[in-house]
Design a protein around this ligand. Structure first.
Ligand code: F6P
Length: 345
């Protein structure tokens, strides 16, 4: 008797990379093998199904030793099939060409947004990831907690140099239009002020806080600012360029805030932008566990033929919801920001 043919499941990682993606890929491959699937890794996100057919077969050997590795072994891109002529058709054609039976897309709002535009009978499952943690529908996304840890360590390091030189240090962190990373890292690192996109910057209040700290004998201050925080309602971008999804490349608000603080208070001030360091490095335990649990759930969804859904974290449970329930635009919980602001003095 010929053995039944293994079902082929594609997996791709799209958008900005983050720590914890490899844990998800590893889990899909290992659990997939137990369930009788062959896993096909699509390289560089949607690019590997649209601009060219680029893939590799994933087996247990290929995913050995990747649990603690940052980034994604599959590569990523910000390729937007919706901006490419016949992009969706190309995905469907290449999916068929690769003889795939299902697809698992690991990504943020952009990558999963493309998944939502596929026909309603397309066999796809989504896994949410983004350091920004700005997806509605899941408590946390893969990558967020490692980014928070890295930013917290940066704040810790800034503390000692700020104290030695009696300076104001401004740290700019990623997060796009939401202050998740800034608030969580600022809380963990004991920031003296946190500026986020959800709340207009009141530079006078920031300077007042710094002056009061000095009066109380604290000769230094740490200010954390999220890249999407706005001065007079304006986003700051050094390049002015947008990516394929139309997102403006943010960056530079930290410098502007530092200049204003220096001008208004006269205190020596320095700005640091942690930039993409935030997205690199080894994932913290939480992201390894979340990636693994999401990966297992996603491939089990495939085996149950429950498609057009994304896996999510609610409390301590991994569940799945229809794609429509997962979307961008999730603001930081004002209660968490309120708690962080108790320490702005
Ligand atoms: O969406 C994740 C993110 O890291 C944002 O925080 C940041 O604004 C953006 O990606 C940077 O994008 P890129 O890697 O394309 O420079």
């Amino acid at each position: 008797m010929p053995k039944p043919k293994l079902k082929r499941v594609g997996v791709l990682t799209g958008g900005g990379d983050c720590p914890g993606l490899n844990a998800a890929i590893r889990a899909i491959v290992k659990r997939g093998k137990q369930l009788g699937f062959k896993i096909i890794g699509i390289r560089d996100g949607w690019k590997g199904l649209v601009e060219r057919v680029d893939f590799e077969k994933l087996n247990e050997n290929r995913v050995r030793g990747i649990l603690d590795r940052g980034g994604t072994i599959l590569g990523s891109s910000r390729t937007n099939p919706l901006k490419i002529e016949n992009g969706i058709k190309k995905i469907i054609d290449n999916f068929k060409k690769l003889k795939l039976d299902a697809l698992i897309a690991i990504g943020g709002d952009d990558t999963l947004g493309v998944a939502k535009k596929l026909p309603k009978n397309f066999p796809i499952v989504g896994i949410p990831k983004t350091v920004d943690n700005d997806l509605k529908g899941t408590d946390f996304c893969i990558g967020f907690w490692t980014a928070v840890q890295t930013a917290t360590e940066a704040i810790d390091r800034l503390h000692s140099t700020a104290e030695s030189h009696h300076r104001v240090m401004v740290l700019e962190v990623m997060g796009r239009h939401f202050g998740w990373i800034a608030v969580y890292a600022g809380l963990a690192g004991g920031a003296d002020y946190i500026l986020i996109p959800e709340t207009p910057i009141d530079i006078e209040k920031v300077c007042q806080t710094i002056r009061e700290r000095t009066r109380k004998g604290k000769s230094f201050s740490i200010i954390v600012v999220s890249e999407g925080a706005k001065l007079k309602g304006k986003l700051v971008s050094k390049t002015g360029q947008a990516d394929a999804f139309g997102h403006l490349q943010l960056g530079g608000i930290g410098d502007q805030v530092a200049d204003l603080i220096k001008e208004k208070t006269g205190f020596e001030t320095r700005a640091t932008n942690i930039g993409h360091i935030l997205r690199g490095g080894t994932p913290v335990a939480f992201d390894r566990i979340l990636g693994t649990r999401f990966g297992v759930k996603a491939i089990e969804q495939v085996s149950k033929k429950q498609f057009q859904r994304a896996v999510i974290l609610k409390g301590d449970k991994i569940l799945s919801v229809p794609f429509s329930k997962i979307k961008g635009g999730r603001k930081i919980d004002p209660e968490v920001y309120r708690v962080a602001s108790i320490f702005f003095h």
